[in-house]
Design a protein around this ligand. Structure first.
Ligand SMILES: [Zn+2]
Length: 531
């Protein structure tokens, strides 16, 4: 049976940009657009030309993409002609392949927000679609609040959608703008709409306010819709939009959809999905969601001993898909619950395979258990575990020694009479016979220590230039006077690899120092620095 084509529309750069704390530069937008294009998204919505200088500039020239670059904007204002509405004129002049209009489809909004009549709202839809078609553009109409509108007054909501379709809009997109509609409602309403407008002209735009945006998107497809709108990582205001990073693998790998539909994302592009998801987080300077379906670091992580031994024998026993297909990997957590099979599998993964009866396996397991009892967390700190294992096997060269460090935090009044806090660190290290002293100031004591440690490693300096600290997390364990501090540091380097190291001490600076040291040594081992 021939498979039907299902289209993907990404609105990370428009609806996603509405998110609190998200502020894309023009360069960010171009990077994300290229990433989406390589992924195989059919439509990339770039923004709202005329609404702000960055979006206006984004659409000021033709961008070489395979995807259809889409400009977003309003239908003509009530009481004006299409040619006499400056907003619409700007939108029609944008260098875009496709224009996506947004229009009201809820009578309540037409009355209260737009303060116009239902007839004028429909006339505005018709005129705007016609004007964009006359400019040779493909047209979409986002029917805002469609589901609430349909529940309140189905004939009017449908009339808005049909007006656009009759004027030649390629897609009529049903938006759950408030995000409160439930999957069974979406399925029923989309089914009714598809009785009036062919499903291959109907799209779904779901928000995640009941955590069902992905489910709502699939409900719409089941009812006949053939375009899904969403964003990378579900980025979007409030609780976000439908997450394309979850939707794409489901469409590609679950037979109910894979057997019926083709999408623009190839198997090869799918295998880079994890990287795409992390690249967006990186651009936003956010830590990736470890528990994200398909692409999260924990999506294929297993902790308990019996599961781990079964997974090593037969991965399908505990995995719903093969992690490699979406650019992820299986992870067996090494923790105090784990058995020998976890440790052995983890050693094999990092290329330190040893015989399963080797007594060093037991010693490593005991060491992990002892250290976890005092606060270390190796399941969260893969790089520190690897170093622990390598040290036990005698595979970590002695690169350098820290002879002493000194961190100092000073609050003082500066020349402008303002109270400022300044942190400074001095680190004395020995590389071979060479003694090196580095001093650095930082925004806090850990930052100063990090900068001083990495300032001059002598002959090893060239191996760590790409090293960057990307996340720093502190937890105080077991409260009271017996409290210890656990520090987890995430680092990355020029190859895009990330790793996490851990330090534990009653003193936060000392705990941070251990984690920083592990990170540097791990980077030296990883880069093959000579002893
Ligand atoms: Zn939206």
């Amino acid at each position: 049976m021939a498979r039907e084509r299902l289209y993907l529309f990404d609105t990370t750069l428009r609806d996603g940009a509405q998110t609190n704390g998200v502020d894309f530069t023009l360069a960010d937008k171009l990077t994300i657009a290229r990433m989406l294009d390589e992924l195989g998204i059919d439509y990339v919505e770039g923004g709202y030309p005329g609404a702000n200088p960055i979006d206006t500039e984004f659409f000021s020239k033709k961008r070489p993409l395979r995807a259809k670059l889409t400009a977003f904007g309003m239908t003509r204002r009530p009481g004006r002609s299409a040619s006499n509405d400056p907003g619409l004129v700007t939108l029609l002049d944008a260098k875009a392949d496709t224009i996506c209009f947004v229009a009201k489809s809820w009578d309540y909004h037409v009355r209260v927000a737009l303060e116009t009549t239902e007839e004028e709202n429909i006339a505005s839809i018709r005129d705007s679609v016609r004007a964009a078609k006359a400019k040779g553009r493909e047209v979409l109409l986002d029917c805002e609040h469609f589901f609430d509108g349909y529940k309140a007054k189905p004939a009017f909501a449908l009339a808005c959608a049909k007006a656009a379709y009759e004027e030649g809009a390629r897609w009529v997109v049903l938006c759950d703008t408030n995000g409160g509609t439930l999957p069974h409602e979406v399925e029923r309403i989309v089914g009714e709409v598809c009785g009036q407008i062919p499903g291959d002209h109907v799209g779904i735009h779901a928000h995640n306010d009941t955590e069902q945006a992905v489910a709502n998107s699939f409900a719409a497809v089941r009812a006949g819709a053939r375009q899904i709108q969403g964003t990378l990582n579900g980025l979007g205001e409030r609780c976000g939009n439908a997450n394309l990073v979850s939707i794409i693998p489901t469409l590609k790998l679950k037979n109910e959809y894979a057997g019926r539909f083709d999408i623009g994302v190839s198997d090869d592009a799918l295998s880079h999905l994890g990287r795409v998801s992390r690249a967006l987080d990186e651009l936003l300077n956010r830590a990736a969601d470890r528990h994200a379906p398909y692409v999260g670091e924990s999506a294929f992580a297993t902790k308990a001993g019996i599961h781990a031994s079964a997974i090593v024998k037969e991965p399908a026993t505990y995995e719903h898909i093969a992690p490699e297909r979406v650019g992820n990997k299986r992870k067996l957590l090494v923790s105090d619950q784990s058995g020998r099979s976890n440790v052995l599998a983890e050693l094999e993964r990092i290329g330190l395979a040893i015989n399963k009866d080797d007594p060093r396996v037991t010693r490593l397991l005991d060491e992990v258990k002892d250290r976890e009892a005092i606060g270390y967390a190796y399941e969260a700190a893969d790089a520190s575990f690897e170093l622990l294992a390598r040290r036990l096997l005698g595979k970590v060269p002695h690169y350098f020694a820290v002879e002493k460090f000194d961190v100092n935090v000073e609050q003082r009044i500066n020349a402008k009479g303002v109270s400022v806090t300044v942190s400074q660190a001095v680190v004395k290290i020995k590389v071979g016979d060479e003694e090196l002293i580095s001093v650095a100031e930082g925004i806090g004591p850990v930052n100063a220590l990090d900068l001083a440690l990495r300032k001059d490693l002598g002959k090893y300096q060239s191996f760590i230039t790409g090293l960057e600290l990307t996340d720093y997390r502190v937890r105080i364990l077991n409260g009271g006077t017996g409290a210890v501090t656990r520090v987890l540091i995430e680092s990355s380097d020029e190859t895009g690899d990330r790793w996490t190291t851990v330090g534990v001490s009653p003193n936060i600076i000392d705990a941070s120092f251990q984690a920083l040291m592990d990170s540097i040594v791990y980077k030296l081992v990883k880069s093959g620095a000579p002893a």
